[in-house]
Design a protein around this ligand. Structure first.
Ligand SMILES: [Zn+2]
Length: 304
């Protein structure tokens, strides 16, 4: 099981959730052991910003990286797509302080990365294997436990007429296929009253029903309704997958969370990395012994 980057550079333009302005995004292949790196294309000579949990500074509404005074915000949906597709090495250049919101899910990023294609690299893929349970808890909690594979369990607890009580728990047995089919298109959501308050503070200027499920006191306002009955909790798993990828490697473990969010997900990652007895870095000599299945495996070219 080897590391992976994209085959060719590819670009897209979207809208910044907060600015409401167009944002250019470029993906570039990277050599082995680079990891995921961001760069601001609008700032001359800006330093690369590694996708590291230790650079997350603000988790108000999204996960935001700050390094040397330079910021790249709203990284979680893109990182979720990158984790879902098993990409190890990638440079992301962005022309603003936030990753474009696209449709509020990870699906547009998945489509773009699939278009770029993947390239297997001549070095083993590294996984972080959780070897003892670690839990962080405030009134909400999140934990990672040892597990052969990667499973994500999430429970939300919204007392709202539009969020069905029967659809507030979801589980994902991670593989690229399950990620694409069950998770990648789940959109972010927001309450109309919060969006109006944000707008008054010049935030969420790009937010609309084109990039979020919007809920008022009673109803879902999007005419097309939900993509899944449990789209809300699926999106929380999508967010968690992106936030957890800031640990620096794909995870082997079971993630359980109750009402977690960006701040708690980040705290969990930092807690795990704070003690080497919590984890091991492991590799697999072949795809058969690796407990995680990535797709597409056919059509990959091997690069030195
Ligand atoms: Zn999200």
């Amino acid at each position: 099981m080897n590391q992976r980057t994209i085959k060719t550079a590819i670009a897209v333009t979207g809208i910044g959730l907060h600015s409401g302005q167009p944002v250019d995004l470029e993906f570039h292949p990277q050599p082995i052991d680079t990891g995921i790196v961001f760069e601001r294309s609008d700032i001359e000579g800006s330093q690369p910003i590694p996708a590291s949990a230790f650079l997350v500074q603000d988790t108000m509404m999204s996960s935001n990286l700050v390094f040397g005074g330079t910021r790249v915000g709203t990284v979680e949906h893109l990182l979720s797509a990158i984790a879902g597709l098993g990409v190890d090495n990638l440079l992301i250049r962005v022309s603003a302080s936030e990753i474009p919101i696209m449709d509020g899910s990870a699906a547009p990023f998945v489509a773009l990365l699939l278009d770029a294609g993947f390239c297997e690299q001549d070095a083993l893929k590294k996984f972080i294997k959780i070897v003892r349970p670690v839990r962080v808890k405030v009134d909400k909690w999140a934990e990672l436990r040892p597990y052969e594979g990667f499973e994500l369990n999430f429970e939300i607890d919204f007392d709202h007429p539009a969020i069905d009580k029967d659809f507030q728990h979801a589980q994902l047995q991670f593989s690229t296929q399950n990620f694409i089919e069950q998770l990648s298109s789940a959109r972010t959501f927001g309450f109309l009253r919060d969006i109006e308050a944000l707008r008054q503070n010049n935030l969420a200027l790009g937010g609309s029903m084109d990039n979020a499920i919007v809920i008022d006191e009673v109803n879902i306002l999007n005419e097309e309704g939900l993509r899944f009955n449990d789209e809300f909790v699926r999106h929380k798993i999508l967010d968690a997958l992106g936030d957890l990828y800031l640990i620096g490697y794909p995870i082997l473990g079971r993630f359980n969370a109750y009402k977690s969010g960006h701040a708690l997900n980040n705290l969990l990652v930092r807690e795990i990395l704070s003690d080497h007895n919590n984890f091991e870095i492991v590799t697999f000599d072949d795809n058969v012994t690796c407990p995680i299945q990535y797709l597409p495996l056919e059509g990959l070219t091997v690069e030195g």
